[in-house]
Write a protein of this length. Structure first.
Length: 280
């Protein structure tokens, strides 16, 4: 049997289409070429990121994801055409099925469309620190077609539908500025030297290596509480993902310095008055 005859050998022959060895080989080659092209594009983008500091990692990842999806769609369409399945015929013949799937999978389609918006708009990028509506804080590890992977501070990977980022309110701590303001609140007993309290609080944040010197931290005398004088020490840091550990370090130092300077952090207090009545 000649090579040409082998290629023209029919594997599946029906009224609608005829699949030969040539069709099968061509389809496999199309998919392999698509996979190789995607791999090359991925390497090119990684090389550009390493060699060019001006390229933003998250934006580069978004462009790569879009190109990858486009290439796979083209490869699948060409593969179907190669084996004799016409896309127009397929869509027309499955119109009723598509309507049914659309009703059943409308949330999935919503997530996919939301994923396209995320990739195009750039409001969410790789390694951004975000806070979800339920208060969960995490770092963006991957933005996929339907879902986004978020790594929390407990190293738990959350798989979040993309529609959550479009419909809900999401705080992006990395979107405007890398350096973000936070505060630690503390109460001291009435009668404490408030000027000394201010000095100690400033010293406690001033010695921490992860707290920015610019803008300068400041202390706010927040309120006269029921049992304490309430202060807030504000500071800026570009380590927003680890800020809870920074706050913990500051609280340890505040407690240490307050003990040294005999400044008390009071317990909540209530005065109870008991009125007794004489028996008649």
């Amino acid at each position: 049997m000649k090579f040409k005859e082998i290629l023209e050998y029919s594997l599946i022959n029906t009224e609608n289409f005829n699949i030969t060895v040539y069709n099968l080989v061509a389809t496999i080659l199309i998919l392999i070429i698509a996979r190789i092209l995607i791999g090359i594009i991925h390497k090119v983008f990684k090389r550009k990121i390493y060699t060019n500091a001006n390229i933003e990692v998250g934006q580069s990842h978004s462009i790569y994801q879009l190109l990858k999806y486009i290439l796979w769609v083209i490869a699948i369409v060409l593969s179907l055409e190669t084996i004799g399945i016409k896309i127009t015929f397929l869509l027309a013949g499955s119109a009723a099925l598509m309507v049914g799937l659309g009703l059943g999978l409308q949330q999935v389609f919503k997530d996919i469309v939301s994923g396209l918006f995320l990739l195009f708009e750039g409001n969410l990028k790789l390694n951004d620190v975000v806070e979800l509506e339920d208060g969960e804080i995490g770092k963006v590890k991957a933005i996929n077609f339907r879902t986004t992977k978020i790594e929390t501070r407990d190293n738990i990977m959350l798989v979040v539908p993309n529609s959550k980022f479009i419909d809900g309110i999401v705080i992006n701590w990395s979107h405007i500025q890398k350096r973000t303001r936070f505060y630690v609140q503390v109460g001291v007993a009435y009668g404490s030297n408030v000027e000394l309290v201010k000095v100690i609080l400033m010293e406690c944040v001033g010695i921490h290596k992860d707290i920015s010197k610019t803008p300068k931290p400041f202390v706010r005398f927040n309120d006269f509480g029921d049992s304490s004088l309430n202060f807030q020490i504000y500071f800026w840091t570009d380590r927003s993902f680890e800020v809870e550990n920074i706050k913990s370090d500051i609280r340890f130092e505040i407690d240490k310095q307050f003990r040294k300077n005999n400044i008390q952090i009071p317990f909540p207090q209530r005065d109870i008055h008991i009125i007794s009545q004489e028996k008649v």
